[in-house]
Design a binder for this molecule. Structure first.
Ligand SMILES: [Zn+2]
Length: 414
């Protein structure tokens, strides 16, 4: 082994005290017996070893908006927050809607990314190019581009579609975007998914009605995500702090509680990291930075008994890898050695000044949290330790199932 990590690790819902052997950047063995290795990392008492996490919804800007966030600053923020793979949202400036812009995006990621990445492609009446996933906006959000014919764009997508489900017509009628705007859009999206039986992922579900629709339909090829801000904040917080404007908006306490009541059934948690600066926020931009607080809010929730550590592993590693068909991620032998070490006892206070994102502010400023990511390992190499980013950008694009490098079969159905 080139690296052995020892200590308490979480596997198949249980905590083991043992060893993880890493060879060629992959997990070669989970073992209870001592493994021989050249280099050793030990998780101390109170520390736990988890997989590096996957965030399937991240806006990294760059291109013409490099002053707001760059692939470099955004992926440093990701590994600082325990996230080793980011899904890049394509509503950039210019938007990623053609082959050439997608190639440019890939080139930038190859040069500057500190995390591994999946590349998205925006569909709004244009011709699809080969990407890792496709994004469709049913109504306008940041960037203003939306699909005038969701069903048609969905039908022609060559892979899984992530949809921002807020209905265009209803947004015109109700610019405050009450729950009905999301609920109607989710119904439309589900109808199309039922008709075409193609993989669909519904982004940032925020309402009781919307979540009920999805859970009642139970379509095995439909997945969905919930964001930390819809789990931890409400409209009341927005009324006190206008910077908390986001689409879909923060909801009532009743909606928030409902999301928590179905937490076991929530497939994916994703940040929807949107690094608007304070100046953008003053000017009314919608969206919240979240890469460096996402996992920490969840660790704090584990300490409060609201979820388990295994819930985090499922919703941010195992499920994203399975649903988006990523061959090299997940938490089993043979997959990439993306690992984080967390200290569940560490208490700390959220301060935007300690973050790597260029956003320069956080919705959770001053929050006292218990539980911290203290080390991040990407494919067998330490890339973050105690808030310090280590080494050069070495992010790689994810490997999709069914791709040239030895297929393990089609996408599994849930
Ligand atoms: Zn988004």
């Amino acid at each position: 082994m080139e690296l052995v990590i020892s200590g308490k690790f979480l596997l198949n819902e249980r905590i083991f005290d043992g060893y993880i052997g890493i060879k060629d950047g992959k997990i070669s063995k989970f073992s209870l017996r001592k493994l021989k290795g050249d280099s050793k990392i030990k998780a101390e008492k109170g520390q736990i070893i988890l997989p590096g996490l996957v965030d399937v919804h991240v806006h990294l800007r760059d291109f013409e908006e490099y002053k707001k966030e760059t692939i470099e600053s955004g992926t440093k923020a990701a590994i600082h927050g325990g996230i080793t793979t980011v899904f890049d949202m394509p509503n950039t400036k210019p938007p990623i809607m053609d082959e050439k812009t997608l190639k440019m995006r890939e080139f930038l990621f190859r040069k500057k990314s500190y995390a591994d990445y999946a590349l998205g492609f925006l569909l709004a009446g244009n011709k699809p190019a080969k990407a890792d996933f496709y994004k469709i906006f049913m109504g306008a959000s940041t960037g203003g581009i939306y699909s005038k014919n969701f069903e048609e764009d969905f039908r022609k997508a060559p892979g899984i579609v992530s949809v921002h489900a807020e209905d265009y017509e209803l947004i015109q009628e109700y610019p405050e975007r009450p729950p009905i705007v999301e609920e109607v859009a989710i119904k439309k999206a589900l109808k199309a998914a039922e008709k075409y039986k193609k993989p669909l992922h519904i982004c940032h579900v925020s309402t009781k009605g919307g979540l009920q629709e999805i859970l009642n339909k139970k379509l095995p090829w439909v997945s969905f995500e919930v964001t930390p801000h819809h789990l931890f904040l409400t409209r009341k917080d927005y009324e006190k702090n206008r910077f908390l404007k986001v689409y879909p908006p923060l909801r009532s306490e009743e909606d928030r509680r409902y999301l928590w009541s179905r937490i076991k059934e929530i497939l994916i948690i994703a940040s929807d990291h949107a690094p608007h600066t304070p100046e953008d926020k003053e000017a009314g931009s919608a969206g919240l930075p979240g890469l460096e607080t996402e996992v920490h809010l969840l660790l704090d929730a584990v300490n409060k008994g609201l979820i388990t550590l295994w819930d985090i592993v499922e919703k941010m590693s195992i499920n994203p890898a399975r649903i988006f068909g990523i061959k090299n991620k997940g938490w089993e032998e043979g997959r990439d050695a993306d690992i984080i070490i967390i200290d569940m006892k560490r208490e700390w206070t959220v301060k935007a000044e300690n973050f790597y994102t260029k956003a320069g502010w956080t919705p959770y400023e001053g929050w006292k949290l218990k539980g911290k990511v203290i080390m991040t390992i990407l494919r067998g190499e330490v890339v973050m330790e105690e808030d310090e980013i280590i080494g050069k950008p070495r992010g790689e694009r994810i490997v999709r199932e069914g791709s040239a490098e030895g297929s393990v079969g089609g996408r599994e159905e849930r």
